[in-house]
Design a protein around this ligand. Structure first.
Ligand SMILES: C[S@@+](CC[C@H](N)C(=O)[O-])C[C@H]1O[C@@H](n2cnc3c(N)ncnc32)[C@H](O)[C@@H]1O
Length: 288
């Protein structure tokens, strides 16, 4: 690790940022300039102009320690959002830890689809993770109440913290294994971004994802379709009439199989593409 960044003399913010960027680029971290800016703005509570123009000031020893720790961890592929314990979803900040998936921008499509239809009373969120979908649905006033479930107790603790941070009340979290549970309630909206990566594809995921994000949030340890099959089987029992399911899918080549899984009498299907023009979400309406 031969880099001036790690020398005791270097304390000026602009120098540290410059050296940090070079170090991250050497370690194949793209977008390092922006990430460093976001980090110092967030951690040192600075304004963008302080970072861009007024940056020749020395920073404290403690802040230098935080900065170097960030650069070291980031250079080893540790995700930016986990270092900051924060991730953006639909314009809102969510607390995240390594017990929860980092919310992805493509998942925002579920919110956009639900929003088109306006208001739903009772919503089920299957595999809530950090609670990003449930809390956004409440904050955007798309739903009145949410039952959010997850198999991971640790993820639910994170979701509870986000509930407090966002000041939403009409949400109950419950530890439930969706694949082995018999529901007794019915819902007007069901949302799910299930673990859909196949056991085989999981092995080939980038290190940055595989080494840091929870495995149960990513793969069903099978063909990637386990959750869709279970949701479809349960749908007549758990979705109210005129109710709607919105699920995310992964690769486009699974669209045909997933479409087939959800085709059943009295259910109307509609597909949506994401910003990259890939089929990403399926809406299923209970039509009678
Ligand atoms: C892809 S993540 C989705 C997280 C969040 N909803 C989002 O969209 O960013 C899938 C979530 O499903 C949860 N999960 C995995 N297996 C489950 C099961 N059998 N029952 C309930 N939840 C499960 C994981 O813990 C994880 O939080």
């Amino acid at each position: 690790m031969k880099n001036k960044l790690f020398e005791p003399k270097t304390f000026k913010l602009n120098e540290l940022m410059f050296l940090g960027e070079a170090f991250l680029l050497e370690n194949n971290i793209e977008n390092s300039k922006k990430e460093i800016e976001w980090f110092v703005i967030d951690r040192f509570q600075l304004k963008l102009e302080d970072v861009k123009l007024n940056n020749k000031k020395k920073i404290s020893e403690k802040n230098k320690f935080f900065f170097i720790d960030f650069i070291k961890r980031r250079s080893q592929g540790y995700p930016f959002q986990y270092i900051l314990s924060k991730s953006q979803f639909y314009g809102y900040d969510f607390f995240v830890t390594q017990d929860t998936l980092i919310p992805r921008p493509e998942t925002e499509l579920i919110i956009d689809v639900a929003k088109k239809y306006g208001f739903f009373d009772f919503c089920l969120d299957i595999g809530t993770g950090s609670g990003n979908l449930s809390i956004t649905l409440l904050r955007e006033k798309i739903v009145k109440r949410v039952h959010a479930i997850d198999i991971s107790e640790k993820a639910l603790l994170v979701a509870e913290k986000n509930k407090k941070i966002h000041g939403v009340t009409e949400i109950s979290f419950e530890k439930i294994d969706f694949l082995n549970y018999n529901f007794r309630k019915k819902y007007d909206l069901i949302v799910a971004n299930p673990p859909y990566i196949t056991k085989k594809d999981y092995k080939n995921l980038p290190k940055e994802i595989k080494s840091f994000e929870p495995k149960i949030a990513l793969t069903d340890f099978a063909d990637g379709l386990t959750f869709y099959k279970k949701i479809s089987k349960n749908l007549p029992l758990i979705l109210n009439k005129n109710g709607m399911l919105i699920v995310e899918i992964g690769l486009e080549n699974t669209k045909k199989e997933i479409d087939f899984i959800f085709r059943q009498p009295n259910f109307i299907l509609k597909w949506y593409k994401d910003l990259n023009n890939n089929y990403r979400a399926l809406e299923v309406v209970h039509s009678c």
